[in-house]
Design a protein around this ligand. Structure first.
Ligand code: SF4
Length: 669
């Protein structure tokens, strides 16, 4: 049976290289490439689901038009004609910014970025600003370091202390686990810090549960202990750190007894965490997304970053605060998104998307064009998002299925899966590029996103867009990479590690900040209207505190990524064992007892923004003050957790503070 090398297109930490088995023109199996070191011969359940998606009977295989609430099959020619007419008349009347191009990271690929080129070639559209998952943390990292760089996974095996701060590799990053185990074999102590007792806690040497949204206070409490006990690295601080004196003054206000009250973590644990992190070096922090999904999320990441700076755990093997490899990706690839073609662009912030689309004027939003994203399921305050879509004159969605967003469209265009198209795939959280060849013929009339936009551009006469082949676009994107030996021909033979990624980030200690140092005190932040130091502020929606104070919505709602889905992808492809009529809400046994709720019972979960139904799952993995509902459950399938989440603006970077959400659970009588 022919076996081909390909790569997972999902926006996942692991960036797996696959061996795809094809029989009689059909994809029948995916295995992990045993010769590729991070993948090491295994894949997660989401790989298999991509075959289920390819052959799903529900998959869209023809363009559809909504006529009086019913879907009508149309040809591509008709679809292009309708879109071209509509876009042309909107642009003539209101200008190109009356079009909102809403794009996400649902499927990665260099050629996929041609969607942006199309709208830039039209003159520049309105686009969302920020990034729901990690915008706040990225902004924080830029203030402190000047750019976002991380250590390789191989390097983590050299650490003696590892803190998995809000990261749960067992659930969302399984290929990191062997590296963590190797680090443990080499003598590393692993701590998990998370308000949920996540599966990775079982592997860890210590699990620290804290009150949601107080991670920044914990970091400053650790810093207080490090300074008080003189555990800091004076040489690193003297030579490479800006603003230590101001920082030290601030940190004096965070003694462990005070921080214990804020976080719910005992004084002894705070001191022990600080001691181990500062003394048992090298120490490495691996960040997840959860701790920055609050209104204080950016400052939280700045406070965590500061720990590495005062202890000299930066630029050394086995150290670092590890978030992503964004800079190396940006430095290697030339953008082909046509940003230079746009006359003007405008943004709507991700965290307030629904309200912003509704209130945007001059020009108002007349068209929403959605690619690689399912905003109706995924953005906060669903009621506002749905209203924004319903009030928009013309909505086009490219997708595999009629999901919650496609249901609100005037036109839905069917796209191909990774097996039916070619591309080079590289995400920002990993450091390998790989070529995904076309392995089977597209089913039905499905087309790849770049084909759709190239054909539409040709139909509309956008000269700067269509007259090139996909290979030419890929070569243009690799224009800088070829200087490092990364060519299309080589990528067709093997996956390539980004040559700009070093095992150890910031080894030369030349930070890309205005001072050239790590900035505990950031003038740039001050100029942006932010506190220059990583101050701690309570999350805005402050629910029950450790003293037991309550509000109308006393439970903190956390909506993490599920193991078996990528956001909302694959929800409709759940197996019989996974299939439930409603999402689960995980609650602590005491929380359930106080409300007379039994395991498996249907309940109402309510916040000040809305309510949904869910099945109670009683679990001591969640704290008494916290409930957990995994994100991504489609509204039309009984989900819609973002009916509960707020449109709140974070301190920086326009991440979405999904977890800044108090809620209550009610029994149904
Ligand atoms: S989702 Fe992640 S872990 Fe699963 S196959 Fe894709 S890259 Fe690998």
């Amino acid at each position: 049976m022919p076996v081909y090398r390909s790569v997972c297109p999902l926006d996942c930490f692991d960036n797996c290289i696959w061996q795809v088995h094809v029989e009689d023109g059909k994809v029948v199996k995916i295995a992990g490439d045993p010769d590729f070191s991070p993948t090491k011969g295994f894949v997660c359940s989401k790989a298999r689901k991509q075959i289920d998606r390819l052959y799903s009977p529900d998959r869209l295989l023809h363009p559809l038009r909504s006529v009086d609430g019913r879907w009508q099959k149309i040809s591509w020619e008709q679809a292009y004609e309708i879109i071209a007419d509509k876009l042309t008349s909107i642009i003539e009347k209101y200008g190109s910014q009356a079009i909102l191009h809403h794009s996400g990271s649902g499927s990665n690929g260099i050629l996929k970025t041609l969607d942006r080129r199309f709208f830039n070639a039209l003159g520049g559209a309105t686009v969302p600003a920020g990034s729901p998952c990690w915008g706040s943390g990225l902004a924080a990292t830029e203030y402190d370091f000047g750019a976002c760089m991380a250590h390789t996974w191989e390097d983590h095996t050299r650490a003696k202390t590892i803190i998995l701060w809000g990261r749960d590799p067992f659930t969302t990053n399984p290929h990191l686990v062997p590296y963590l185990k190797e680090a443990q074999k080499n003598g590393a102590q692993i701590t998990v810090i998370n308000p949920i007792r996540v599966p990775t806690s079982e592997l860890a040497d210590r699990y620290v549960s804290l009150r949601p949204g107080t991670d920044g206070a914990l970091a400053l409490g650790m810093a207080h202990c490090i300074l008080r006990e003189r555990w800091l690295d004076w040489e690193f601080v003297r030579n490479h750190v800006e603003g230590f004196a101001e920082y030290a003054r601030m940190v004096k206000n965070f003694p462990p007894e005070k921080v214990a009250k804020i976080t719910g973590v005992s004084e002894e644990t705070i001191v022990e965490l600080a001691r181990e992190y500062a003394i048992r070096k090298p120490s490495c922090i691996i960040l997840g997304y959860g701790m920055q999904r609050y209104t204080n999320g950016g400052q939280t990441v700045r406070a965590i970053n500061s720990l590495a700076a005062i202890t000299g755990n930066i630029g050394v093997p086995g150290g670092g605060v590890n978030y992503a490899f964004l800079k190396a990706k940006q430095d290697l690839l030339k953008p082909i998104d046509g940003r230079e073609l746009a006359r003007k662009t405008r943004t709507v912030p991700f965290p307030t998307w629904g309200s912003s689309v509704l209130s945007t004027d001059d020009p108002p939003i007349k068209c929403i064009f959605v690619t690689r994203s399912n905003p109706v399921t995924q953005l906060p305050n669903t009621a506002k998002v749905v209203e924004a879509f319903k009030r928009t004159e013309f909505v086009v969605v490219i997708d595999f299925f009629l999901n919650d967003t496609a249901d609100l469209a005037d036109l839905v265009l069917p796209c191909t899966t990774v097996f039916e198209e070619e591309d080079i795939i590289y995400n920002s959280m990993n450091y390998h590029l790989a070529y995904a060849p076309q392995l089977v013929k597209p089913l039905g009339e499905a087309k790849s996103d770049p084909d759709i936009f190239m054909e539409l551009a040709e139909y509309m006469g956008l000269q700067k867009f269509f007259n090139r082949s996909k290979a030419e676009w890929l070569r243009e994107a690799l224009e800088k990479a070829v200087e490092y030996g990364v060519t299309l021909e080589r990528l067709k033979k093997e996956p390539v590690r980004n040559p700009l990624v070093r095992d150890v980030a910031w080894e030369d200690k030349k930070f890309l900040t205005p001072s050239g140092k790590f900035e505990l005190y950031s003038e740039r932040a001050a100029k942006d209207g932010l506190p220059p130091l990583p101050v701690y502020r309570e999350p805005k929606e402050n629910v029950a505190d450790v003293q037991g104070a309550t509000s109308e919505y006393p439970l903190q709602l956390i909506t993490p990524h599920p193991a078996g889905r990528m956001h909302s992808q694959f929800l409709n492809l759940q197996s019989m064992e996974e299939a439930e009529s409603l999402p689960s809400v995980e609650i602590h046994p005491e929380t359930a007892r106080q409300r007379y709720i039994r395991h498996g019972e249907e309940v109402i979960v309510e916040s000040r923004h809305g309510q949904i139904r869910a099945l109670a799952k009683i679990s001591s993995a969640v704290r008494q003050d916290t409930v957990k509902i995994e994100q991504g459950w489609w509204i039309k399938e009984g989900g819609g957790v973002n009916f509960l989440t707020p449109e709140a603006v974070p301190d920086m970077g326009l991440g979405v503070p999904y977890y800044d959400c108090g809620c209550e659970i009610r029994k149904i009588y």
